[in-house]
Design a protein around this ligand. Structure first.
Ligand SMILES: C[S@@+](CC[C@H](N)C(=O)[O-])C[C@H]1O[C@@H](n2cnc3c(N)ncnc32)[C@H](O)[C@@H]1O
Length: 279
């Protein structure tokens, strides 16, 4: 696994200090506790794909007594994530609306907004290919992605495009000719499939058990390319199968990643990193 030390100039109260952070490593640690070891404003992008709270049939999604305890945990992660984020940085928070679980994400988004924790730029809805059809009503196929920034006037932004050709020949709404070959990605993502059961992006533990909540590489690429530049540092709080790490490597970003499960690191993440580094 390649390791690199990134130095950055930081203006302290009286003197300029250089902080060195070893990047491109996966840390077997609790996300929030690890972030506490990092200095202020040291990463360009924070991606949280945390447990959803009693939605996935895995131990890691069922570790809280109740919704209030879960929300408290997510809020603490967001505050630490905000502290380590540079002024030009962006934080993405994945979450399920979880109709049957009391809309925890709504409470979290309301808290971010009302307390001006961060500035919410987009509420993105991703259409998943995996649907939850275990109850009466329309099967749930959506997953939410909250994009927030520290400063709306200076956050890093590289417009994202879909792979769908722009066939319209009329003028744009600003009266200028359409110059993009492909359609811009909006805040509703129907063009990118989640890495579901039907996808090729499946990852298994040694005993044959499948890791259930893989984000597809295309989804990770969209987030990472839109909200960071080459050689930037991306903090990945809940690494899971490691899709965000693979996207960082492919897109020439540095990463720092935490994952609580050593088994997932050893059996899924590390082999994926080795594979992508040898491609
Ligand atoms: C939703 S999955 C992440 C999926 C990932 N984006 C992917 O594409 O594979 C959440 C992951 O967070 C890990 N996790 C749960 N609680 C954690 C914590 N407090 N700190 C670090 N990792 C944690 C779980 O073990 C699980 O692998």
């Amino acid at each position: 696994m390649s390791k690199l030390t990134c130095s950055m100039d930081r203006l302290g109260n009286s003197k300029k200090e250089v902080i060195k952070i070893e990047v491109n490593k996966i840390i077997n640690a609790e996300c929030k506790e690890y972030m506490k070891t990092l200095p202020n404003e040291c990463v360009d992008l924070v991606i949280f794909d945390p447990p959803y709270f009693e939605i996935v049939d895995s131990d890691w999604d069922n570790q809280w007594q109740d919704k209030a305890e879960y929300i408290e945990f997510i809020k603490e992660c967001i505050l630490e994530g905000k502290r380590i984020l540079k002024p030009t940085g962006t934080m993405y928070l994945w979450g399920a609306i979880g109709v049957n679980k009391g809309f925890a994400l709504l409470d979290i988004v309301k808290w971010i907004h009302e307390n001006k924790v961060l500035d919410i730029v987009n509420w993105i809805t991703q259409r998943n290919t995996r649907i939850r059809a275990t109850y009466k009503g329309f099967p749930q196929a959506r997953e939410e992605l909250i994009m927030c920034v520290k400063d709306r006037n200076k956050f890093i932004w590289n417009p994202a495009y879909t792979e769908i050709k722009n066939t319209r020949k009329d003028l744009q709404c600003n009266g200028k000719p359409r110059k993009n070959e492909f359609k811009r990605a909006t805040d509703v993502w129907c063009d990118l499939a989640e890495a579901s059961q039907s996808s090729k992006e499946r990852f298994y533990y040694k005993n044959g058990e499948r890791f259930k909540t893989v984000k597809s590489l295309k989804i990770c690429d969209r987030i990472i390319n839109a909200s960071s530049n080459e050689r930037d540092i991306v903090f990945i709080g809940f690494t899971g199968s490691g899709s965000e790490i693979v996207s960082c490597i492919k897109n020439n970003r540095n990463y720092l990643a935490t994952e609580k499960s050593k088994r997932t690191i050893d059996e899924i993440i590390k082999p994926r990193i080795v594979e992508v580094l040898h491609e």
